[in-house]
Design a protein around this ligand. Structure first.
Ligand code: CIZ
Ligand code: SF4
Length: 327
């Protein structure tokens, strides 16, 4: 039996659902019961009645499901860690607070907000400090709410998302440990970034505009601020998909986000906004073979790569996530 059929067969006999992130390889993506961005996947999985879940994505996304649905057995074919999420842990977070203190900004003067791309431990720390989680689709609303505290926002770990939201809202963003004048900032950005979305340059925008004068440039807010500023549309994965699907079929579009997603959009008149293939290395680690091995481990009760989050961490990380959901 071919591996895809073996996977389908195992799925039929086990009490399990498979979910896959938009950035997964096509062959893995096709095996999933549900696909989406990290928030859609976590919300769907938390409601799914199956006792077991196999999550094809990166570590922080699997952890988010475990935080929301602790009763579920959660396995990942690969525990690949998002390079951006890995740029911050609790120690680095505390170091950023020290840099702020040296600049005359005390911890109680900031309201922390973490992009969903962070570990359960970082989310928990931020939950304990009164802060909350956001995604790229609700970052503006969350920051608006967080500013009601009258405090500066400490935004981790993606500086580009922080800078892009600040620009959209007419606020001042500064990068902690890099920029001068931190006291003037509304949003203090941690110095993290996504190396995949950093690939897109204003030169790429200029190249496509010169080649196709009526092209629409569509980018994710993890891209550099100057690239987003030069775009026709900036949005989360789900927002970009909706925007592109609403365009006339002959409208050329160049998209600045992960390759697997762009490649799955409409095929005609659609371009990747860079000469280098923007593949997320960690998302692309998961193979059909890994997915198969994961199902076999569920069948044999050896439970490969089971995701666990200790109860104290889970409790506080959930507080930070629930503050986002309450909006
Ligand atoms: O929410 C998602 O799906 C994210 C954060 C995508 C990404 O770039 O990691
Ligand atoms: Fe992380 Fe970037 Fe990959 Fe998303 S595309 S999972 S932010 S490294």
């Amino acid at each position: 039996m071919a591996i895809k059929e073996q996977i389908q067969e195992l799925k039929r006999t086990l009490d399990v659902s498979i979910v896959a992130h938009y950035y997964q390889k096509d062959e893995v993506f096709e095996m999933a019961d549900f696909t989406g961005d990290s928030l859609q996947l976590a919300q769907w999985a938390a409601k799914d009645p199956k006792a077991n879940l196999i999550f094809c994505g990166v570590g922080f996304m699997g952890q988010s499901v475990k935080i929301l649905a602790p009763q579920k057995r959660l396995l990942m074919p690969r525990i690949a860690c998002c390079a951006m999420a890995r740029m911050i842990d609790v120690t680095y977070y505390d170091r950023a607070l020290e840099v702020l203190k040296e600049a005359g900004i005390e911890a109680h003067d900031v309201m922390p907000v973490t992009y969903i791309n962070s570990s359960a431990e970082v989310k928990a720390r931020i939950g304990q400090m009164g802060g909350m989680v956001c995604t790229s689709s609700n970052a503006k609303a969350i920051i608006t709410r967080a500013l009601e505290s009258g405090k500066k926002i400490l935004f981790v770990p993606d500086k580009c998302l922080g800078q892009n939201i600040a620009r959209e809202m007419g606020l001042v963003a500064k990068v902690v440990g890099k920029d001068e004048g931190l006291k003037e900032a509304d949003i203090l950005c941690y110095d993290g970034f996504c190396s995949v979305h950093q690939l897109f340059e204003v030169e790429d925008v200029a190249f496509y505009r010169a080649k196709y004068p009526d092209i629409k440039i569509v980018t994710h807010p993890e891209c550099k601020p100057e690239v987003c500023e030069a775009s026709d549309f900036v949005g989360s994965t789900a927002q970009m998909i909706a925007y592109i699907n609403a365009l006339p079929l002959d409208q050329p579009v160049a998209v600045g986000t992960e390759y697997n997603l762009v490649n799955r959009l409409r095929k005609e008149h659609t371009y990747v906004l860079s000469s280098t293939k923007p593949e997320c290395p960690t998302m692309n680690e998961t193979t059909l073979g890994d997915l198969h091995a994961c199902l076999v481990s569920l069948k044999n009760q050896t439970y490969m790569n089971e995701i666990r989050v200790d109860e104290q961490t889970r409790k506080w990380a959930k507080v930070a996530l629930d503050r986002m959901f309450s909006l």
